[in-house]
Design a binder for this molecule. Structure first.
Ligand SMILES: Nc1ncnc2c1ncn2[C@@H]1O[C@H](COP(=O)(O)OP(=O)(O)O)[C@@H](O)[C@H]1O
Ligand SMILES: [Mg+2]
Length: 334
């Protein structure tokens, strides 16, 4: 029996080729399943998978035979790699008993990053309730490896869609801004801050709608005035308060949205910082610059400037985020 162990770092037992991002042409208007149908479907599939895989995880079969020799490939046919990051590799995978296709995130030696894995799982368990967060079906463990079975997003990520230095068409930028904001309203209402909002964590469905993924850095915020947090997230999306070791709150996610919006409308990042030391200098000390031609799009410019206010208490969304951001998005999309 083929063994999945050790696939991380070695050649995976599958035909590895990166997905092509979807073209603008595939976008149709709001072809999203209604929440009820999707949840019913999720629950059914989740039960089905959990039932079959519990045998693999806990070594129990109906006959009472120890089946600890089961491997993930006994249940899933792993196809191409969809992407990878700091915690794991995500495969397109077919669930053999039903033929259904999922995205399966493989996290090797998960105990070494147990806190992140638990954080991610906690959020995944209710993420299907919001249509702009990635849907979750089940998780299972084989030895020291963890697998998250998630809804497959066939359109790649915003990073795939946006070629370097390319702008996002304004209409599309507005739709994505609205969808990211909806995902964040949902998380923030549960008092959860995402802390890793950037292009590669914004997935696109087959109809090119957005779903936020990767909840490994999520954490709860009990004091809306802000709490001390350990530094995390990519240097170019980190908010100034994080660099300055000041209390952080939901505003750090809105700062990242400001960075995304700037990227959409200008084609580049506002602060030049691949490294943390550069980031500290530019994010905390420099003011972002806007190209002259952007001054004609006053609404987008205004929103971007307000999201990129360095002082979190003055940043848009500091007082009443839902009201403030919704008003601005409404102006942008009107
Ligand atoms: N459900 C999914 N459908 C399609 N691709 C996905 C899915 N989840 C993740 N990916 C791809 O895998 C990459 C890494 O996944 P992510 O959850 O962000 O892992 P990490 O925590 O290691 O960054 C993403 O940037 C994306 O390209
Ligand atoms: Mg990621």
């Amino acid at each position: 029996m083929a063994c999945f162990k050790g696939c991380f770092g070695n050649r995976p037992p599958v035909d590895v080729k990166r997905r092509r991002p979807s073209a603008y042409g595939v976008i149709t208007d709001l072809d999203i399943k209604d929440g009820k149908t999707r949840n019913a479907l999720n629950i059914k599939l989740q039960m089905e998978i959990t039932e079959v895989l519990s045998e693999a995880t806990y070594g129990l079969t109906p006959e009472g035979v120890d089946s600890s020799h089961y491997e993930a490939q006994d249940f899933f046919a792993f196809k191409e790699i969809l992407g990878s990051g700091a915690t794991g590799v995500v495969f397109r995978a077919v669930f053999k008993p039903s033929g259904q296709v999922f995205a399966v995130k493989f996290i090797p030696n998960f105990r070494q990053i147990k806190v992140m894995v638990i954080r991610e799982l906690t959020v995944l368990k209710f993420s299907s309730l919001c249509k702009y967060l990635i849907g979750f079906h089940s998780h299972f463990r084989v030895d020291t490896n963890m697998y998250f079975v998630m809804e497959l997003c066939e359109g790649g990520t915003l990073e795939d869609l946006l070629e370097p230095k390319h702008l996002m068409p304004p209409k599309l930028a507005r739709i994505y801004l609205k969808e990211i904001s909806s995902a964040l309203f949902f998380l923030h209402r549960m008092r959860i801050v995402h802390r890793d909002v950037y292009l590669a964590n914004c997935l696109l469905t087959s109809t090119a709608h957005l779903k936020l993924c990767d909840f490994g850095l999520c954490r709860t915020v009990d004091d809306p005035q802000g709490e001390m947090m350990t530094d995390c997230g990519k240097p170019w999306i980190r908010a100034p308060e994080m660099y300055l070791d000041k209390p952080c709150s939901f505003g750090i996610d809105w700062w990242s949205v400001g960075i995304l919006l700037y990227r959409f409308i200008t084609g580049c990042n506002p602060f030049n910082c691949d490294k943390l030391t550069q980031g500290y200098q530019s994010v905390t000390k420099l003011k972002e610059k806007y190209p002259e031609w952007l001054f004609t799009d006053k609404d987008a410019l205004d929103l971007c400037q307000k999201l990129l206010i360095k002082e979190p208490k003055r940043r848009l969304c500091a007082e009443n985020e839902i009201h403030d951001i919704k008003v601005h998005i409404a102006i942008l999309t009107s």
